[in-house]
Design a protein around this ligand. Structure first.
Ligand SMILES: *Cc1c(COP(=O)(O)O)cnc(C)c1O
Length: 229
């Protein structure tokens, strides 16, 4: 039986071949999905999961402790949740300001491996408060390097939604330029996280090394739980 996971992996493979790029990593975005849905995908071999809310992720992680999964925070991180996030996640993809860098670096427990972080860049959406300006990437990268408990792995972006994924191509291309520049100074940088269910092929053709896929794996999302935080 072909699963949604097979279909998505096939799509990524085809897009990568057409673009002559290496196959990107798949992050399964499980926000609002129950822990049972994560366990089902994990049984098929998927290991990396993305969550948007700290509280919601804490609940699911507690239910799934017997599974060896990699947890990524992909939602906006409030400063007052940074301590909990530093204890809970393996990766935080939404690092976008100095206060968050310092809070994560200070609170990452010593008995865990260093926290893997991506700098979220506000690449084209002037209305959005989230993500740093492209010109602030280098300063944030330097600040991350000042923390022993943080490892800078690269960049993440959520370009402005558009019904035609091709319209996002310039933003993805701009991210690729920023990624190349960052990699020039920081050899450990290897991850460019961009592309979702509807635009992952365009993102891959512009050099995404990780795509974040929710709907195409899990189907339509259940409504946002009232107690999400
Ligand atoms: C929800 C979400 C995704 C996944 O979106 P789909 O369209 O369901 O694939 C990816 N990235 C972020 C930051 C998200 O919040």
């Amino acid at each position: 039986m072909t699963t949604a996971l097979d279909e998505v992996l096939d799509r990524l493979d085809t897009a990568a071949r057409q673009a002559r790029q290496p196959q990107p990593r798949l992050l399964a975005v499980s926000k609002f999905q129950p822990a049972t849905a994560i366990a089902q995908l994990a049984a098929l071999g998927q290991r990396a999961f993305g969550e948007n809310y700290v509280q919601e992720a804490a609940g699911k992680r507690a239910e799934l402790t017997r599974l060896d999964l990699e947890w990524h925070l992909i939602g906006h991180l409030q400063t007052n949740k940074a301590r909990e996030a530093a204890m809970l996640f393996d990766w935080v993809q939404t690092v976008d300001r100095p206060r968050i860098v310092d809070a994560l670096g200070r609170h990452r427990p010593n008995d865990l491996p260093p926290l893997q972080v991506l700098i979220q860049v506000n690449v084209d959406d002037e209305a959005s408060k989230h993500g740093c300006a492209p010109e602030d990437v280098e300063a944030l990268a330097a600040r991350i390097h000042g923390h022993e408990r943080l490892v800078l792995r690269g960049l993440m972006a959520i370009p402005t939604p558009h019904p035609d994924p091709e319209q996002r191509r310039p933003a993805f291309a701009r991210m690729h330029g920023l990624f190349d520049a960052l990699r020039g100074h920081h050899p450990a940088v290897d991850t460019l996280s961009m592309g979702m269910s509807d635009d992952c092929a365009v993102a891959i053709s512009e050099g995404a090394t990780m795509v974040r896929i929710g709907t195409a794996l899990f189907g339509a999302r259940p409504p946002r739980p009232a107690d999400r935080a």
